[in-house]
Ligand binder design. Sequence first.
Ligand SMILES: [Zn+2]
Length: 262
Amino acid sequence: MDAGNTSMPEDDLLWAAARRLASARHAIALTGAGVSTASGIPDFRGRDGLWRKIPSWKFTIDYFLEHPLEVWELYAARYKALKGAEPNPAHYALARLESLGVLKAIITQNIDGLHWKAGSRNVIELHGNIREAVCLSCGAVVPIEEALAMVEKGETPRCRRCGGLLKPNVILFGEPLPADAVQKAFMLAERSDVILVAGSSLYVSPANQIPVVVKARGGTVIAVNMGEIAYRDIIDILIEGRTETVLPEIARRVEILLSGNA
Ligand SMILES: [Zn+2]
């Protein structure tokens, strides 16, 4: 069933990560596609990547503006799979770390909403989310179901308020990231002394600058990831492994440490 890499990372590393988190004044997490692969959501860039079956150029903002209904129909098909996904132990471990008061926020590159589903409260979604559509004219945000109902009738989704074109509230290729989410993320980084990077290879900007900011102000960077990762020189504790295996082990150790201090 498994490809083979089931070996537990060294106990020492897990404890080192747990100790640093347990003693953090203000810790945050940055998550990428790797935390959701165990929920059946393929990595954007991987072999079964999200856009492999659909030509990625159709998910550019320019193509969308010219052929909105076609892109909406492709999106609707993709949405069903994303909507049905359930959180995995990686999401639950992060939610646990938040409820323990250790993690103050999760900044995510994922659009799947699985951090919310797992019970996390303070989640910043850098690439938007699948729950909503946004009006490109007046900025109104509406539940995605409203837009999908129009797609089902073969109509291009339009804003009820102003008649403007509705777009899924996820970032299409060629679009800037939502400014408010990016600003919040960097403000959090500025006040954090620990960042836990999980399931991100740190190849995508500006998300990869968030741990750089934490490091620059003397903070600790912990990373849990399978495979390649950029910015190795800023990572203090690197644990190579699947997030759904490693994060619960870290959370369990944090709980032990916190109960010992109590
Ligand atoms: Zn509008």
